[in-house]
Structures are given as structure tokens and as C-alpha cells.
Design a protein around this ligand. Sequence first.
Ligand code: SF4
Length: 430
Amino acid sequence: MRIIRLLSQDTYRLRSTMANPAPSPPRRITRSSLARFAYVNGKASLSTSASSPDIEDVIPNTASTSAASRKRKRATTTTASVATTKTAATTTPSPPPRKPRKIKPEKEEEPDDEPKKPAPPPKRQRKPARPTTDPATGHTTITPPSDWEAVYAAVQRMRLPGGAAYPAAVDTMGCERLADRGASARDQRFQTLVALMLSSQTKDTVNAAAMRNLQTRLGGAPPGLNLENMLAVSPADLDALIRAVGFHNNKTRYLKRAAELLRDEWAGDIPPTVDGLVSLPGVGPKMAHLCMSAAWGRTEGIGVDVHVHRITNLWRWHRTRDPEGTRAALESWLPREKWREINGLLVGLGQTVCLPGPGSRGRCGECEVGLEGLCPAADRAKVAEGRRRREEEKGVKAEIEVGEEEEGKEGLAMKVEVEDKVLVKKEEEE
Ligand code: SF4
């Protein structure tokens, strides 16, 4: 009965469809719907179960099954063949199977148009001062250090106003500048000599204070620093006036003895030669050369103090043991016109940037010599930091300049606008 009813329902649906040919969405004929009309044991049967499985689920996938079985078969065959091989190996040993060779992947060639990395800059060759003999004449000359001009120029820039090594104490309180310019020429020369004799092992600031004491308090009326007052003062009073300087006891004795020699052997003036100056107690070659330049205006040698000796050795211009060795080395190649100024340049550098002392106390990050890669003794970390800071400062400066330019344009535009308005107003009034 149920089958008959279902058939009649389908017949009714067929008839109504034929009677009403209005387009309707085509029904999808699936295998599940067809399965309802399946033959069972030679008879047509109509399944009505809603949960009947799709034909694809019922019919096994022969293709995949056969593939799987093939795989299984192959696996079995392989196992079997291995087993066979194993069995054979027991009877006839065969060489072990070769390992498969690894094939290295070929490197891909870079296209030609790809930008290549910039080649590193060639390393700077730094050579110290060295003797060179002319094979033709046999004459030996000293070749200067390879980079001395670049180093010298960098220091000169630093010692200009606005530079990292300006101002230095030596610029205002150096021995050359301590003589009273109101005194006579003879007294000025004497004062220069006294300043130099007090300066050893003493800072310029302390030396300048001691000189000021002598110039204002030495002698009677009027007080002043001259040969006569130096001869008249007692050693105790003189010592009290210069107590701040290093080794003041020795210096008191030297000053008193030198004053007597000047009176007795040099006609009351200072000696006009280096030899004469070094014959005085407490006066060495450095003082003598500086005194010749400052007091007599004649440069006969380089005044090498601890700063000049230390810094030129840091630059590896030479390897010398003491200031006298440095003086001889420098005088062998440094142009003569620089003999006087080099002392002030390097003393100022040593007082401000290339500070002496244990370890690396130098301000290498602010030193042009270090920043330009010219100093073999530079602290690399400080130099790198200094270069980074300089780049940042350059960037900020460029931004400010651009900003100012833009402001200028805006200002100009506003001005033009205002002027236009004024003109229009004038025309309207007319
Ligand atoms: S780089 Fe450093 S060590 Fe070299 S001169 Fe400058 S401050 Fe002195």
C-alpha cells in the first residue's frame, strides 16, 4: 500500500508539472534520489529512508582501493626482496650500497645590474719620520711622517676660536704672555725668564697667579718684578710670594742665584743666546728656546715640553725617550717657520682635548685628529660616538635650515598678499 501511495504521489507530481509548465528551478538528480529505484534481487524497490547513504558512500572506491592494495603489494614485494637479499647476503657478501651523492645546488648568478657593495677605503699608510739617503750624493735627509700635514692642519683648526681646543690656559696664561706690557723692554725680558723658571711642574693658572704676586708685591715703592727688586728681596719673602708653584724652595734659590749672575756677567739683562740662557741655574733647553722666541724674538729651536713630547709620540711621528730627543727629532724635519707655534698649538691641545694621565683620558670623540682617522692612539669607542653625534648634529642643522627657508617663503607670500590687498584698496578709493 505504501509503495502504491508513493507511486501515485509521484504520478500526481508528474501530472501537475505537465499541466503547469511554468519554469521552476531544475531539481538536482542525485545518486541518492535515484537509489530509491534500485533493483533488489531482480525487483524494483523504492527506498524511502531519509538517512539512506549516498551511492558514493555505498559503492567502494575501487580506484583508491586498488591503488592502496597496489601500494601494499609493492611494499610487501620490497620487504620480500629485502628478505631475499638478506638471505643472499649470508651466502655471497655484496658491497654495501653506495650512498646517494649529494648534488650541490648551483649558485644563482647575480644579475649584473644589481648594485655592488662599495669597496672599503684603502688603509692609510702611516710612516714615522725616517732617514733617507740619496744614492747619488750619499746625503742623508729626514723624510717627515707621512700624515703630519693633515694632523697639523686638524690641530690648527681645533685651536681656532670655536674649535674643540680653544681657549686653552696657555692662550692667556702662557709664559710668553705674562710679562707686564707696561714695563721696560729689559724688565719684560727679565719677567719672561722668571715666568719660564717658575713654570716647570706647575699649571699655567698657578704660575700666572705667582707672577701676579711678584709683579704687584715684590720690592719697595713702586713694587715690580725687575732685576733690582729680585736682588733686594730676601729668600724667605721671595719663597712666600711663589709658594703656590711646584718646588718653590728650589726655584727661590735658582731665582736669587740667576739674578746675581745676570748682574755680574750679563750686564743686568738676560743672555741673548741659548747657551747663555742654559748656563743659568734652573734653565733648561726648553725654557731657553721659548725664552729666545718670546724675549728676543729669535727662534733657534723648538720648545718641547711634556705635552709636545707626549702627543707627538702618540701620533708615532717618532719614538723618543725624553723631550730633548723629541726636540732633535722634530727639528730634523719640521719646517722652521713652525718651530715657534708648535709649542702653543700642542700645549693647548694637551690642556683641553688630549689630556694627559693614566688610561685614555683624551676627549677623542671631539678631537679632529681622531675623527679624521689620523691618530693611532685614539679611543675607537669615543671616536665612533663622536662621529655618530656629528652626523646627528648635521641632520638637525639641515632640518633647521629647511624650516627657516620654508618660514621665509611663507613670510614672503604673506607680504605679497598684504601688498596686493593694499593696492586693491587704493584703486577702489581712487
Ligand atoms: S684622538 Fe685622542 S689620543 Fe689622539 S690626539 Fe686626539 S685626543 Fe689625543
